[in-house]
Design a protein around this ligand. Structure first.
Ligand code: KMT
Ligand code: NI
Length: 179
């Protein structure tokens, strides 16, 4: 279940309804799908997409999304440092960034510029759509990363990050979600 935090205001919110409202008020789509399928570490992309077909297909049709794939990051991931760095600098994309967490977790950070930076810890079952052009960054953690997420695209080329070079993420480097 997702956790919303606003570090500068010392806010932590765990109520799914309130999180959904908070996100939707800001034009960020957030939903939770049933996610009770357990995958082996070796599960391949086809297997994972197939398991969520009944949720994915209608969602993709209604949004005009064309392709989906799976991103897996775990302790076996080579070059994790480089992968982490790619997501960790504030950036935007020219299309919505849609991720459905089938397992693991990661922190999506949002800089809407008109209000304090907030983040959403996404976990199994959480679906997030970062609107195109929204400044954001993502962190799966310094060590022991674990992310298994379906990525949904209109056109994969829309994912290319445009970095803002603000270094805003550095100000929040020590943040930990209140457990
Ligand atoms: C991005 O662009 O921030 C990402 O793709 C995040 C990693 S996928 C959970
Ligand atoms: Ni991104």
């Amino acid at each position: 279940m997702a956790v919303l935090s606003i570090p500068d205001l010392n806010v932590t919110e765990r109520d799914p309804q309130k999180i959904r409202q908070f996100m939707n008020d800001r034009g960020i789509f957030f939903d939770q799908w049933q996610a009770d399928v357990v995958f082996e570490d070796t599960a391949n992309q086809e297997e994972i997409l197939k398991a969520y077909e009944s949720s994915l297909t209608p969602f993709m049709h209604s949004g005009g999304y064309q392709t989906a794939d799976v991103i897996t990051i775990n302790k076996l991931t080579e070059n994790y440092e480089a992968i982490r760095a790619k997501f960790l600098s504030e950036h935007t994309h020219s299309e919505d960034e849609i991720r459905f967490f089938v397992d693991g977790e990661g922190l999506f950070w949002f800089n809407l510029e008109t209000e304090p930076v907030f983040n959403l810890l996404c976990e199994k079952g959480d679906l997030i759509s970062v609107p195109q052009g929204t400044k954001h960054w993502f962190d799966a953690g310094e060590s022991d990363p674990f992310v298994k997420a379906i990525r949904i695209f209109i056109d994969m080329s829309g994912w290319v990050p445009e970095y803002t070079h603000s270094k805003l993420e550095e100000r929040f480097a020590d943040f930990r979600v209140a457990r």
